[in-house]
Design a binder for this molecule. Sequence first.
Ligand code: MEV
Length: 369
Amino acid sequence: MRLQAIETAGFITREERLVLAPTGGGPLPRLENLCTLLPLGLSLAPNFRINGRDRVVPMVTEEASVVAGASRIAVLLRSGEGLRATAGERLLGGQVLWAWQGSWQDLAALTEPRQGELLERLNGLHPSLVGAGGGLRSFCWRAGPEAGLQVLDLVAHTGDAMGAHLLDRLAAELAGELLRFLPGRPVTSIVSNRPLGRSARAEARVSLELLGRCGREGAQVGADIETLCGWALGDASRWPTHLKGALNGAFAVLRAFGQDDRAVAAALLSTAQVEAPALLPRWRVQDGELVGQLAMPLAVGVVGVGLEAPPGSILARLAGVVKASDLEELVVAVGLAQNLAALQTLVTEGIVKGHGELHARRGRGQGES
Ligand code: MEV
């Protein structure tokens, strides 16, 4: 319902409609029933060096201490070789739920001889994806959640796209093709947000000497940070907050680049269900340094997220994001740095003092500038 209709229906007054109506004259987001625009602060975190390149990292967050913490750690880490990051395998899954009272093996036996031909036909429908190195890679049948239901899992390489729309389409197209010769019927088809393949990874190291803060020796700070990582691994009440420290950075970057952060959250939950420790950032003391690692499943993309024109194109240039793999590297690297910022604060001045002042300034409307 549009604003005018909401007013006519008596939910808001004329004055309220005028307050809510989007102003500014710029292009409006293409959203159904757009009502108003909310202010969203985008900050820039300087000093990051990732894979040997200097980056200015755009971050969108409502938490005042996040950008300050990221920037502080970026300075620390660039004293060495900075952060190293690698993108994951750009694979995403799709599913077709198929109603068939027989077994999945029946369907597999009928599908198998046509697998190559089907792959070719479907990829032929997506020449630009194939041109970008992507495309449908494989599909296979398995038993569904109850008798009479079978599941077809598809795997595609998404090129530089996040891939959700692509997998929705590929799954629907494949279901249509299968319906021509298989018994039973497709109930529905949809992208799966379950992570597949290798995750994006970040690593960093910093000399213990540089970790000292608030009168605490660097060696002690490093040892305490390692202790906190062990605590997170062994305590189900602690690990969500330990992880959240990394997500503060990672999600701020995802938001700045217009990503589907719910898909990333869903993939993290899916991994946590199987192996929560695999998601946790870890730091250990080794040869006079603190060495950290983080791995994250990241379905992100640079296609269709507004990076072709300003402001997106400017942010992408500042952060060195050209391909989807660049964005994966940025997100996981900032996540690792943000986790270190949180842990260093926890074992030095403490979170109340560390965050308190920034929160108070935010309350007075004096954000970082
Ligand atoms: C606050 O948003 C994040 C932290 O609580 C993370 C942590 O405890 O490790 C500081």
